[in-house]
Each structure stands twice: as structure tokens, then as C-alpha cells.
Write a protein that binds this ligand. Structure first.
Ligand code: HEC
Length: 204
């Protein structure tokens, strides 16, 4: 048998110490402690900043949180005209017709908006054969089926604003007038298709 040398004793002690250290460290994981954590590197743990609702000796009213400047309106909360902003009448019903008169300029603006924000999924003609349908087999509504063609202007505006089912709302990239312009353009797409279809049927 080999005799234990001082070197192998030292090795044994090292291994035992390592094992104990691992066990101790494992024991630390996930254990709740009533004491504040030890910050070995306190970088950024303590910041010169106010937390919400904190008191402040700096401001004259003693509060760290400031009031909005008088007269400012938070994003999305500017409602000059209820019908225009929400597409609903005073009782909350969706408007039958757009509150904005349709002009060539409005239609041109609507076409631009449609091309950017709707065409990728609903395709150029609004038949719902866009990228989601093509690549992921996702049923995308046709804007020409009986149901959608029968929607009121207010409903179309509401769908663009808040989304519907799988479709997201577009109220952030599109302002109120942009959305009404797209409604006008979708109406024109639908009208064009109805006319073409009627012509085709008349020829047959
Ligand atoms: C990222 C793809 C995508 C974009 C972009 C998109 N849609 Fe849709 N849209 C869909 C899908 C998918 C549906 C079907 C939703 C469902 O049935 O759950 C839908 C449904 C609709 C419907 C029918 C909703 C209903 O309740 O019947 C209308 C109307 C519509 N979209 C109009 C638009 C208009 C206008 C735009 C541009 C502002 C637009 N969509 C942009 C994917 C999209």
C-alpha cells in the first residue's frame, strides 16, 4: 500500500474545501433572507434619482412627481370632435357615413396610407391575398365579401383604429384624418370592384 504523503493530504484538503464551498454556494440559491443583499460591486445599485411618489426637498410642493404643464394633452387624449375621433355619434353608435367630405386629395392620401399600412396583408385590391395569407395561410379578410362591403364607415374606422380579431389596430402610426382617408379609399376600392363585376356580368 502506498503511504499517504504530505502532498496527497494537501490535495485532499483542497478537494474537501472546494466541495464545501460548492455546497455552501448551492445552499445560497433562492433562499429568502431578511437581510439586505451584499453588494460586492455596488456600481449602479445606488442611484441619485427619485422613485415614483417619493418626497422631495428640492421642489416647493415637497413632491418628486411633477404635474403636467397646464394645458398639455396626453397622446391620444385630444378629442376635439367625438364623431371625428371615435367614429361614433353622441349615443356611442358607429357612424353610418364618414364625417369628412371625400375629395380627390383625401382619396390620394388614403391610397398612400392603404399602400403602406393595409396592402401588405389585404393586397392591392383588398381581396386579402397578402403576405400573411401567402406565407402563413392566415385567413385575411377580403374587403369585398358581403359582410365587409356592408360595414358602415364608422365600423371600418373603428377596425383601423382598434383592430379586429387577429388584426392589430393602427391608431398609433395613423392619425385621425389618415384613418378616415383610408376608409374613403377602401370605399372606392369596393365601389370599383362592384362596378367592374356588374360590367362583367352584363357582358356575359
Ligand atoms: C399584418 C396584416 C394586416 C394588416 C397590415 C392589415 N390587416 Fe386588416 N386584417 C388582417 C387579418 C389577418 C384580418 C382577419 C382578422 C380575423 O378574422 O381575426 C383582417 C381583417 C380586416 C377587416 C375585417 C374585420 C372584421 O371584423 O370583419 C377589415 C375591414 C380590415 N382588416 C381592414 C384593414 C385596413 C383598412 C388596414 C390598413 C389600415 C388593414 N386591415 C391592415 C390583417 C391585416
Amino acid at each position: 500500500m502506498r503511504e499517504a504523503t504530505p502532498a496527497s493530504h494537501a490535495n485532499l484538503r483542497l478537494v474537501t474545501a472546494a466541495l464545501v464551498a460548492v455546497l455552501v454556494l448551492l445552499g445560497c440559491r433562492g433562499m429568502p433572507s431578511p437581510y439586505p443583499p451584499i453588494h460586492l460591486n455596488p456600481n449602479m445599485d445606488y442611484q441619485e434619482r427619485y422613485d415614483p411618489q417619493e418626497a422631495s426637498a428640492f421642489f416647493y410642493d415637497g413632491m418628486a412627481m411633477r404635474q403636467p404643464v397646464a394645458g398639455t394633452v396626453a397622446r391620444g387624449q385630444l378629442v376635439i370632435d367625438h364623431r371625428l375621433s371615435f367614429g361614433r355619434d353622441d349615443e356611442g353608435y358607429l357612424l353610418e357615413a364618414s364625417p369628412i367630405p371625400v375629395t380627390d386629395d383625401l382619396l390620394a392620401h388614403g391610397q398612400k396610407g392603404y399602400t403602406i399600412y393595409c396592402q401588405p396583408c389585404h393586397d392591392e385590391r383588398g381581396t386579402g391575398q397578402g403576405i400573411l395569407f401567402e406565407r402563413a395561410d392566415t385567413p385575411t379578410a377580403s374587403l369585398h365579401d358581403e359582410l365587409r362591403a356592408g360595414y358602415s364607415d364608422g365600423r371600418l374606422y373603428d377596425i383601423i383604429t382598434n383592430g379586429s380579431g387577429l388584426m392589430a389596430g393602427y391608431r398609433y402610426p395613423l392619425g385621425v384624418e389618415d384613418r378616415w382617408a383610408i376608409v374613403a379609399y377602401v370605399r372606392e376600392l369596393q365601389e370599383e370592384r362592384r362596378t367592374l363585376q356588374a360590367e362583367r356580368e352584363a357582358r356575359q
